[in-house]
Design a protein around this ligand. Structure first.
Ligand code: SF4
Ligand code: SF4
Length: 146
């Protein structure tokens, strides 16, 4: 009989403890988000895959010096450019990132002296196809500005 009352007492106590926690937490702002319908804002130091930086008109800041390509230890960057007729400067025509081998080391970003490449805030990447991680960063920049 003593065991019955002690079980009843501890069960009731545990129930009240649980309810107390629920009541205390109920008015607090949730720390979770309704993923995938909502996304978290990434911290400034977050490293997503690299992306190109453009000027106010959306043109890439890149001057096609090739430093980032040479600095990449994994050979993930393939870029090319051309000189339009009458111009002394090269214009970027293609910038492809193979994200499947990128280690997010940052050498490309550090090697660029023209504020032309940075880490993106992109963290929502998922696919079973390798081809989905070959990024055309020039196209991406153009799409961001349309
Ligand atoms: S280092 Fe900068 S400017 Fe040079 S090719 Fe790379 S992104 Fe362009
Ligand atoms: S972060 Fe490192 S591995 Fe990735 S593209 Fe840049 S240099 Fe290459």
């Amino acid at each position: 009989m003593g065991g019955y009352f002690s079980d009843l007492f501890s069960g009731t106590k545990s129930l009240l403890d649980g309810m107390l926690v629920t009541i205390k937490e109920f008015p607090r702002k949730p720390v979770t988000v309704n993923y995938p319908h909502e996304s978290l804002k990434m911290y400034p130091r977050f490293r997503g895959h690299i992306e190109l930086i453009g000027d106010e008109e959306g043109n890439a800041n890149c001057i096609v010096c090739g430093m980032c390509q040479r600095a990449c230890p994994s050979g993930c960057i393939t870029l090319s450019g051309e000189k339009p007729e009458g111009s002394k400067k090269k214009v970027l025509t293609s910038y492809i990132l193979d994200f499947t081998t990128c280690s997010l080391c940052g050498s490309c970003v550090e090697s660029c002296n023209f504020d032309a490449v940075q880490f993106s805030n992109e963290y929502n990447l998922a696919s079973t196809r390798k081809e989905d991680f070959i990024f055309d960063l020039l196209k991406r920049l153009e799409e961001q500005n349309t």
